[in-house]
Design a protein around this ligand. Structure first.
Ligand code: NG6
Ligand code: CA
Length: 510
């Protein structure tokens, strides 16, 4: 009898110890916050040499963490880069291209995503901000819960700008339902034709506009800004552009508060500094560059608020912040806010050539900072890295094994992300309107069959990197990609073209 009681006590003790150690293990994993800025260029941070604007909060993050000088988004546009970040797969594999605001979800719900993987490791997961990965399965009805969406690809919580700031519907969605929608005023969206009884159209009513827009951005006007696409209804739910940073930061800090006891993963995906750039009055004239500079200050403020919240909750030490951008900078992307005229000496892409949409370096070489006071030593790193690798690297960090089909292009480069090694990728793939490959400091640009640019790209401040002959640059000597040395380096061209061929053929993760 006595023996069996002792036995029972021993079992209870053993189980308690096991649970305690599992919990301790869980506790050790840092919270992870990805702060993903939209269209921020390498040179747009103080720490990377910004001239007309200050970014004290991000600079402080860099001073206490690692500033990466050769880290890349997987693509030079938004949807593709985000797709790769969340799936560890190159965007072309999922046919991910810039999406319309009513496009269906492009992530296969059967795929194990980055948030799925972190959930398996015990994390609470949330996304706050720009989504632009599609919602629903076609013919989305904005007046009901829209599925599939973030929940079906691994996020416990979502608060979204469904597509972009310049696309309808201009409403927020919380857990896949429009916030503030009134039953009597349902939302209709159409990307092809105007909707009778819908919002006035910018190209017919320029007097309603706060900012002049080109014809592509001249459809429905909400909050004095014309957008891509047509919309009707949902008046009570419309966002006020000038308040977006406050609304998003509030949701992000609430998520942090709510989950401070768990490990959590927050994907904080800002609208800034994408057009339309309409800084809140708190930030107007905070820079010397007009709205584009002012929204950089605004973005920096958001970063500061996140830091404050972590500090307040006593979890700053064991929170890893990954700060980066989805694609390179663009001065004119459709709205007239005088970004070109007010640029001064500022170089949005730093010393690099190109911009958003471009296969030249500035298209994908992203401002990238990682801080984790409890886990990394401050410093800088010039390791060659791609955001597609964050999935496998974070899986290694939290002790999750990848199954064969998971994260098909993601390499575990955790030591490089943590600054323990300066060795990044051997070869790196860049997707823009042309394909690029990096090997060490060499950069290869794959030729296009035709040099005919898409019509809409022509008038832009874009240097796309289209060429009908192969191009090769030595970034060591020529960071601005001005001297094509392909002809004198045929072996290098051959090797890099062969690697590209392999990437295009099948997943690259070993
Ligand atoms: C382009 C838009 C551009 C911007 C971009 C998406 C036109 C002519 N241009 O199609 O203004 O919205 O899509 O930007 O419509 S991104 O950062 O989300 O990739
Ligand atoms: Ca973008």
């Amino acid at each position: 009898m006595k023996n069996s009681i002792l036995h029972k006590i021993a079992w209870v003790l053993l189980i308690t110890i096991c649970f305690a150690s599992v919990n301790a293990q869980k506790k050790k994993n840092p919270n992870i916050v990805i702060i993903y800025v939209d269209d921020l260029g390498f040179g747009d941070l103080g720490v990377n040499g910004a001239v007309g604007v200050k970014t004290p909060n991000v600079d402080a993050l860099a001073a206490n963490g690692i500033n990466f000088t050769d880290a890349h988004s997987s693509a030079a546009t938004c949807t593709p880069s985000r797709y790769s970040l969340l799936t560890g797969s190159y965007a072309f594999r999922g046919k991910a291209a810039i999406l319309a605001g009513d496009a269906p979800l492009i992530i296969d719900t059967e795929m194990r995503t980055l948030p799925d993987m972190l959930k398996d490791a015990g994390y609470k997961t949330g996304v706050v901000g720009k989504w632009h990965l599609g919602l629903g399965d076609g013919n989305v009805n904005w007046n009901t819960k829209v599925t599939p969406g973030p929940k079906e690809v691994g996020f416990d919580y979502s608060f979204l700008i469904p597509a972009t700031g310049d696309r309808v519907p201009t409403v927020f969605m919380e857990n896949q339902e429009v916030v503030g929608l009134e039953k009597e005023d349902p939302i209709t969206v159409d990307y092809k034709k105007n909707i009778p009884g819908g919002y006035p159209v910018g190209r017919e009513h320029p007097e309603l506009l706060k900012q002049h827009a080109d014809d592509q951005h001249a459809s429905s006007v909400t909050n004095g800004i014309s957008r891509i696409g047509y919309m009707k209804g949902g008046e009570n739910a419309l966002w006020i552009d000038e308040n977006i940073p406050f609304v998003l930061t509030d949701k992000a800090t609430h998520f942090i508060d709510k989950h401070k006891e768990n490990p959590f993963f927050l994907f904080f995906s800002l609208h800034d500094i994408h057009q339309p750039r309409t800084p809140n009055k708190k930030f107007v004239e905070s820079s010397e560059m007009g709205p584009r500079g002012d929204v950089i200050t605004q973005m920096d403020w958001c970063v500061g608020e996140i830091m404050k919240q972590l500090d307040k909750n006593g979890i700053k030490e064991n929170t890893m912040i990954i700060f980066s951008s989805d694609n390179g900078p663009i001065l004119d992307d459709g709205y007239l806010d005088y970004a070109i005229e007010l640029l001064g000496e500022h170089n949005p892409g730093g010393p690099y050539r190109g911009s958003k949409y471009s296969v030249y370096e500035a298209g994908t070489r992203m401002p990238t900072v990682i801080s984790w006071p409890a886990g990394i030593q401050p410093g800088t790193s010039n390791a060659l890295l791609s955001q597609v690798d964050l999935y496998a690297s974070l899986a290694a960090l939290v002790g999750q094994k990848l199954k064969k089909a998971d994260a098909p292009d993601s390499e575990n480069l955790l030591d490089a992300w943590l600054g323990k090694s300066q060795k990044g990728r051997e070869m790196l793939f860049e997707q823009a309107y042309a394909y690029g490959i990096r090997k060490g400091n060499y950069k290869y640009i794959h030729p296009k069959k035709s040099d005919k640019l898409p019509e809409w790209i022509k008038n832009k401040f874009v240097d796309p990197g289209y060429s009908t002959v192969p191009m090769l640059f030595n970034l060591d000597k020529d960071p601005g990609e001005t001297q094509n040395i392909a002809e004198s380096h045929p072996e290098m061209v051959k090797e890099m073209a062969a690697y590209l061929e392999k990437v295009l053929e099948k997943p690259t993760r070993k």
